[in-house]
Design a protein around this ligand. Structure first.
Ligand SMILES: C[S@@+](CC[C@H](N)C(=O)[O-])C[C@H]1O[C@@H](n2cnc3c(N)ncnc32)[C@H](O)[C@@H]1O
Length: 298
């Protein structure tokens, strides 16, 4: 059991997400990124039922251990799977559930507990193996492996595209010319700190860690291949809401929703993304880069 005291994930843009999803009682929503169930529990409190996915065993264990009542009442179904399995899994459920799915939420990226524990090798403040796989049993390649397999040019590209890292060339050179194989987060942080100094609040390793995590877990591919699954599972008038913290993810939602509208599959509600209020950013600085988009199926 995970003590509640260490779980400090605040759901981002909670009220806006619920409003955009038009949450109402008696119907089903899919939470593609269950995490610590912040959004899910609010939907259930509003009288809805939720099918939740997460590829992180710790998050799934936390939710199943803290809410056995909701699971027993069939208000919450929890799957320890990548959300790209969504269509296969939901199509295997009772038809009565499948016919009442009116919303799908993607609150992308990582939760605070994932970023602060050494468990997945995502934290640059806790030393641990440089792994970053969110489903270690199903994925072969770790971040440490990637640093060996990728050429300096490929690594530069990954740091730039997935991390928005402006020092990508220098960092990729330093990583690829390291005299020892880089096996731990501490080793990687030490190399980054030799090349980059902290400016402002951001730790110099933030963007490199984000880029490697996205590459190891093929996060952008998961999103682009799953949005059409979400659309096909939705009832007419149902909505998809994405909350992205990374430009690449937000671009996928933006282009997909725009293309779907051109194909007359529904309405792209968010010509411009919604963002958190200044109050929310002050209370939860992690929310500052969030962009929320909505699509409604015809
Ligand atoms: C930002 S957190 C979600 C937080 C959640 N909305 C809450 O309020 O507690 C994102 C979660 O999505 C999960 N996740 C990210 N990509 C995933 C994927 N492709 N398949 C399944 N889970 C994924 C992560 O493990 C993480 O727990």
């Amino acid at each position: 059991m995970i003590p509640n005291s260490i779980i400090k994930h605040q759901p981002v843009m909670l009220a806006t997400a619920l409003t955009q999803l038009q949450v109402k009682p008696g119907v089903w929503y899919i939470d593609a990124t269950l995490g610590y169930a912040g959004h899910t529990l609010a939907m259930i409190e509003a009288g809805a039922s939720v099918i939740g996915f997460d590829w992180d065993q710790t998050a799934v264990d936390h939710v199943t251990q803290t809410h056995p009542d909701l699971i027993a009442q069939n208000r919450l179904l929890v799957f320890h799977e990548a959300y790209s399995q969504m269509e296969t899994i939901v199509r295997s459920l009772d038809q009565n559930i499948q016919d009442r799915i009116v919303g799908v939420l993607f609150d992308l990226g990582t939760s605070v507990p994932q970023l602060t524990s050494s468990q997945h090798g995502l934290s640059f403040s806790a030393d641990g193996p440089l792994d970053m796989r969110m489903s270690p049993k199903k994925q072969g390649v770790t971040a440490a492996d990637l640093l060996i397999f990728m050429s300096q040019k490929e690594l530069t590209q990954v740091l730039r595209d997935f991390g928005g890292e402006t020092d990508a060339v220098k960092l990729a050179r330093a990583i690829k010319t390291s005299p020892e194989p880089i096996k731990t987060t501490g080793q990687l942080v030490a190399i980054i700190e030799r090349v980059k100094h902290r400016t402002g609040k951001l730790h110099p390793a933030t963007k490199v860690f984000q880029a490697l995590r996205i590459a190891v877990n093929s996060e952008l591919d998961h999103l682009s291949s799953t949005l059409p699954q979400a659309l096909s599972l939705l009832d007419s008038g149902g909505r998809i809401v994405t909350i992205a913290f990374h430009e690449g993810e937000d671009r996928i939602a933006k282009h997909t929703f725009r293309d779907w509208e051109h194909q007359k599959l529904g309405i792209n509600i968010s010509k411009h993304p919604l963002t958190p209020s200044l109050t929310e950013i002050a209370l939860n600085p992690r929310s500052h880069s969030a962009k929320l988009r909505t699509f409604e199926k015809l």
